[in-house]
Design a protein around this ligand. Structure first.
Ligand SMILES: Nc1ncnc2c1ncn2[C@@H]1O[C@H](COP(=O)(O)OP(=O)(O)O)[C@@H](O)[C@H]1O
Ligand SMILES: [Mg+2]
Length: 359
């Protein structure tokens, strides 16, 4: 898919901005604090309902304002659609083709944007929650039943935890153990199916970006002992879970790890290698989406030139030429690897939350 128009209102330092985006490369350049990342953030917001940066959604709202809006026209194989997210009174109003949606998920499902940014290394070095969330976003976009299954699991997990906290009897916990194991099954299956598509794509991408580290393997960790069924594990863990007041095993503890022949543990990676790993994960996810849905997500690369050395910039541009539809790149200047092909890109000069020349 491609974003053809992006409208931003009251997001960080952007009061009001309307952008006509091109297919292929769109490069946003400007001084620090000009608003380049905020433009990428606006696009990302439409597909995640949250930022890629830390902080709450309401921190994105331009100081002193009470309403923030992001809207886009996006082009798919089937034609053009519009989506809008409006934030008011700490609540979302979501619209698809100008019709208000009852669920925000129906709007964010329409737009797919993946983003690599200066904090992306946390996908590798950070806690499992980030990796689960990353994977689940991918599953959500290719498996329409996933959201309902994940919500159901969350609800039952919450109920089992509440029962543990109020020291409910064994009879009641037997019921929750069985309910939780049943709720875990479809969610777990969809995650594993997705992972089976994602892992080989990731290995392939890592081979292109980090070949110096040798062959890679990607491992899925279930969140409980995989040789025994979840219901039995919950039963075995009941005494510990009662003491802790929460459920210590289950798909809410799932994780995945990357190991390289020449860097078997995460701590063996440099910060720069963590970044390249994270970028490989993001691009592999984009690829899986394209394989499954027949269209590419928009790929956003924030501060591309300063995050990656020239050799890797070239390798990544080569990867992007494999067929992806639209790329949004930001930087203080046009990245070195793009200097010779900047004529193939639409370049936007960002200044004080607007575009130079339009101020
Ligand atoms: N809630 C907010 N209200 C107003 N301005 C903000 C808010 N949050 C951040 N900013 C400002 O928005 C500007 C744009 O930030 P950013 O998009 O990260 O810049 P760039 O990527 O061009 O360096 C910065 O000057 C920042 O201080
Ligand atoms: Mg920035």
């Amino acid at each position: 898919m491609q974003l053809t128009r992006l409208h931003i209102e009251n997001l960080r330092n952007i009061a009001a901005l309307e952008l006509a985006l091109a297919p292929g490369l769109n490069v946003f350049i400007g001084a620090n604090g000009a608003g380049k990342s905020s433009i990428l953030e606006a696009a990302f917001l439409l597909s995640h309902a949250q930022s890629f940066r830390a902080g709450s959604v309401d921190d994105l709202m331009r100081r002193g304002q009470v309403r923030m809006a992001v809207a886009a026209t996006h082009l798919h194989k089937q034609g053009e659609k519009t989506s809008a997210l409006i934030r008011e009174n700490s609540r979302w109003i979501a619209r698809n083709d100008h019709t208000e949606a009852t669920q925000i998920s129906t709007v964010i499902r329409e737009v797919t944007v993946v983003c690599f940014e200066p904090g992306s290394h946390e996908l590798i070095s950070g806690a499992g929650r980030g990796r689960r969330g990353f994977l689940d976003w991918g599953v959500f976009h290719v498996e329409h039943a996933f959201l309902a299954a994940a919500k159901r699991y969350r609800r039952v997990l919450h109920q089992r935890n509440a029962a543990l906290k109020r020291a409910a009897g064994d009879h009641e916990l037997d019921v929750w153990d069985s309910e939780l194991a049943r709720a875990a099954e479809p969610m777990e299956r969809m995650r594993r199916d997705y992972f089976a598509r994602f892992a080989p794509r990731l290995v392939e991408t890592l081979g292109q970006f980090l070949r110096e580290l040798g062959d890679s393997t990607i491992e899925w960790e279930y969140g409980w002992s995989e040789t025994i069924g979840l219901q039995e594990v919950l039963m075995q863990r009941r005494a510990q879970d009662r003491m802790r007041g929460h459920t210590s095993r289950g798909p809410h503890r799932a994780d995945w790890t990357i190991r390289f022949a020449r860097a078997p543990q995460r701590v063996h990676l440099s910060r720069g290698q963590e970044k390249l790993c994270a970028l490989a994960c993001i691009l592999a996810q984009a690829r899986v989406h394209a394989d499954a849905c027949g269209e590419w997500p928009v790929i956003a690369l924030d501060d591309f030139g300063s995050e990656l050395d020239l050799d890797h910039q070239h390798r990544i541009l080569e990867w992007l030429r494999q067929g992806c539809e639209q790329v949004l790149i930001s930087g203080v200047e046009v990245p070195d690897a793009l200097r010779h092909e900047s004529s193939a890109a639409r370049v936007f000069h960002v200044e004080h939350g607007g575009l130079r020349g339009l101020l």
